[in-house]
Structure formats: structure tokens, C-alpha cells
Design a protein around this ligand. Structure first.
Ligand SMILES: CC(C)(COP(=O)(O)OP(=O)(O)OC[C@H]1O[C@@H](n2cnc3c(N)ncnc32)[C@H](O)[C@@H]1OP(=O)(O)O)[C@@H](O)C(=O)NCCC(=O)NCCS
Length: 211
């Protein structure tokens, strides 16, 4: 204590320090496994967080199938966070992967999101740690995440959780519209409307790539 310093100044300084260092009250957050009634809320929250113009990579686009498919295939690895009023404020959706010729089991946290007004309050921290516990129980030896390089906030979060170092992955596209057009014209000149050249129509089922 500095005896020269007037008492009133000290109080102001201390008060100012208190108000600066006072921790933000953490909301009471409850985590639970995702349920069927959560599907729409999770999807709409993700719509706000993973905007198509900010994450323009098709293979990483948020759409209803991301939620419904993961909920069907990996229910036990789909978690939600809710506040005291049972509002859904965050989610973590993931899966496990076993590679051929590898003894290792991998865990992949595919989507992690927190409602913007609840961010920076430890919600993702809780979700991630619960997800990690589930992965440990599953025998997973390595966890993976991916996010666009511009997502500084997300990267900082993952680094804080122990991930690293980020490895660059370049994403390229090739527009096949002109080739499609050529194919169509060729098929029409062959007198066949369905493009396979033998007059029979084939149903081609494209497997959705979740990588
Ligand atoms: C990334 C995200 C999930 C973090 O959620 P969150 O609940 O805000 O994270 P937490 O409060 O648990 O923060 C833990 C750490 O993350 C980092 N972090 C979180 N918010 C931050 C911010 N606004 N600025 C800088 N770092 C931040 C910090 O390192 C923080 O540590 P701290 O507690 O020492 O500050 C959230 O910002 C989000 O939903 N982002 C949009 C979706 C997304 O990018 N998902 C990840 C890829 S799928």
C-alpha cells in the first residue's frame, strides 16, 4: 500500500480492476445425446454458423443430410448443449473411422457449433471434452477436425484443445458443364435421350461423399 496515494484514488483503481477482471458468469449448460426432436434446431443453428458463402467447399457444405445422416449412423456421437431454459445452444456431430491396413481407430469431429450469443463462454469446450471422452471409450487413438483456413476462431479453439499443427489442404474445382453439354449433344445426335447409347435407362445412385 502506498501511503502517499489518496484513499479515494485507490478505491477507484481497485474497483476498475475488479470490473475488468470480474469473470463473465458462465451459463449452466447441460449436455446430452441428440434426440430426434433436436434435428430441426441443430440444422437451423448450423445454417447460421456455416454459411455457404463463407464455406464454399461442396464437400463441406452444411445441409439437412449432414444432420439426419449423422444422427442415423452415429447417434451416440451426436451431442447437444442446452441452457437452463432447455434452449439448444450448441452441438457436436462426429463419427469414428477405421482405415484398412491400420490398427488405429480414428475419431472425426465433423461439425461443432455454438449459438453466437453463447460463444466464448466455454460451451464448445464442454462439448468437445464430452466428445473426446466418448471417443476414448470407443478405443479411438487419434482425433481429426478440419475447418477453412480463414476460420481463425475455430482454429484457435482447436489449438487450445490440443490439436495441431494445422496442415494446409488445397481445394480445387473443375467445372464439367461444357463436357456435360458435349455429352448431351453427342447423345442427341445418336438419337438417344438418356445418354447411355443403348436405349435403356439406368438409374445411377451417387454415394454422398462425407469426407
Ligand atoms: C469455434 C466455436 C465452436 C467455439 O465455441 P465457443 O463456445 O465460443 O468456445 P469456448 O467458449 O469453449 O472457447 C474456448 C476457446 O476457444 C477460443 N475462442 C472462443 N471464442 C473466441 C473468440 N471470440 N475469439 C478468440 N478465441 C476464441 C479461445 O481460445 C477460447 O479459450 P478461452 O476460454 O481461453 O478464451 C464457435 O466459435 C463456433 O460455433 N464457431 C462457428 C462454427 C465453427 O467454426 N465450428 C468449428 C468448425 S466445425
Amino acid at each position: 500500500m502506498d501511503p502517499e496515494e489518496p484513499q479515494s484514488t485507490k478505491r477507484t483503481v481497485n474497483k476498475a480492476k475488479e470490473s475488468i477482471t470480474e469473470p463473465q458468469k458462465k451459463p449452466a449448460i447441460r449436455l446430452r445425446q441428440m434426440e430426434i426432436d433436436d434435428l430441426a434446431q441443430v440444422y437451423h443453428l448450423g445454417e447460421n454458423l456455416f454459411k455457404a458463402d463463407e464455406t464454399p467447399t461442396m464437400y463441406r457444405t452444411w445441409d439437412p443430410f449432414e444432420v439426419t445422416t449423422l444422427f442415423n449412423s452415429d447417434t451416440e456421437f451426436c451431442l447437444v448443449a442446452e441452457d437452463e431454459e432447455e434452449n439448444l445452444v450448441g452441438f457436436a456431430l462426429g463419427t469414428t473411422i477405421i482405415k484398412e491396413h491400420s490398427a488405429w481407430k480414428y475419431g472425426y469431429l465433423i461439425w461443432l457449433g455454438v449459438e453466437p450469443s453463447y460463444q466464448s463462454r466455454g460451451v464448445a469446450d464442454k462439448l468437445f471434452n464430452r466428445f473426446k471422452d466418448l471417443m476414448l471409450k470407443e478405443g479411438v487413438r487419434m482425433l481429426m477436425v478440419d475447418t477453412p483456413a480463414e476460420n481463425k476462431r475455430g482454429l484457435r479453439f482447436f489449438e487450445k484443445m490440443g490439436f495441431g499443427p494445422p496442415r494446409p489442404h488445397v481445394y480445387l474445382t473443375l467445372n464439367l458443364a461444357a463436357d456435360q453439354q458435349k455429352l448431351k449433344m453427342k447423345s442427341q445426335s445418336n438419337g438417344n435421350g438418356n445418354g447411355n447409347g443403348n436405349g435403356h435407362s439406368h438409374l445411377v445412385v451417387l454415394k454422398k461423399d462425407s469426407a
